[in-house]
Design a protein around this ligand. Structure first.
Ligand code: NAD
Length: 264
């Protein structure tokens, strides 16, 4: 433990298993001395999240479906019974019908557009409405986004539109909550093989493309994301808010296929 997060309490939302980006972030925070609470979606995930939380010394494991306002209220009511304050929060949640994470964006249905925006975008705002009340001493909030918000990426489709809205909401939340010392940022992670990512068409090809064409010539890991998250969530990031920070091996600066890239 490097003590950077000693005495800080944080809620991690979006842990599904040990491949989750939320797990890389939780580990980095726990290593730095943070006390953690976890929320999980649905009973099926409880038996996975419970033991992982325990590994990091946490026994605060609470259910929350972010599509349900009552469920978010219940999470924060239960959390307030455990803790009298909150220093940081991680929102690592996104969802879309995987049948629409392939093919053409133009074919997106109204129902899935609305659902994707609700779960992947509005939920962060809904969570911050409650978190704000527990962050009277200031705090730091982090969400996860992807380059498909900025540029067209194959198959990302409606999630790209949702991530663009999420990044915009980070800026608006940063302004509203900044006066109270609450910082709000996003990490734009490169592709990582997680449960959520497995729903995206041709994901292996996208991973290879990023590996061969990013300046670092590799893909990022959940540990890479965890370390950058630690910076934004801790006092090291004290002057940073409203930012979308790329943790993508530099892929977002590249304008063309690398000359040394092998064929995929
Ligand atoms: P993951 O499958 O491990 O995590 C996604 C989480 O979202 C799961 O824990 C799931 O339970 C949760 N979730 C979905 N709907 C929910 C709901 N209604 N209520 C509560 N929780 C819900 O996958 P991940 O890749 O770690 O995803 C975390 C975040 O990172 C997502 O926002 C994703 O879009 C983003 N991201 C992922 C990548 C990647 O390549 N894996 C890249 C950039 C950004």
């Amino acid at each position: 433990s490097n003590g950077l997060m000693a005495g800080k309490r944080g809620l991690i939302m979006g842990l599904a298993n040990d491949k989750s980006i939320a797990w890389g972030i939780a580990k980095a925070c726990a290593d730095a001395g943070a006390d953690l609470a976890f929320s999980y979606q649905g009973e099926a995930l409880k038996k996975r999240v419970g033991p992982l939380a325990e590994q990091l010394g946490s026994n605060i494991v609470l259910p929350c479906d972010v599509g349900d306002e009552g469920s978010i209220d219940m999470l924060f009511t239960a959390l307030a019974e455990e803790w009298d304050g909150l220093d940081f929060i991680v929102h690592a949640i996104g969802f879309s019908d995987k049948n629409e994470l392939r093919g053409r964006y133009v074919d997106t249905t109204r129902a899935n557009f609305t659902m994707s925006m609700d779960i992947s975008v509005y939920s962060f705002t809904a969570v911050m409405q409650r978190a704000e009340k527990m962050m009277s001493a200031g705090g730091s909030a982090l969400t996860l986004t992807y380059y498909g918000a900025e540029r067209v990426m194959p198959h990302y489709n409606v999630m790209g539109v949702a991530k663009a809205a999420l990044e915009a909401s980070v800026r608006y939340l940063a302004e509203d909550l900044g006066k109270d010392g609450i910082r709000v940022n996003a990490i734009s992670a490169g592709p990582i093989k997680t449960l959520a990512a497995s729903g995206i068409g041709d994901f292996r090809y996208i991973m290879k493309w990023n590996e061969y064409n990013s300046p670092l010539r590799r893909n990022v890991t959940t540990e890479d994301v965890g370390k950058s998250a630690l910076y934004l969530l801790s006092d090291l990031g004290s002057g940073v808010t409203g930012e979308t920070h790329h943790v993508d091996a530099g892929y977002h600066v590249v304008g063309m296929k690398a000359v040394d890239a092998p064929d995929i």
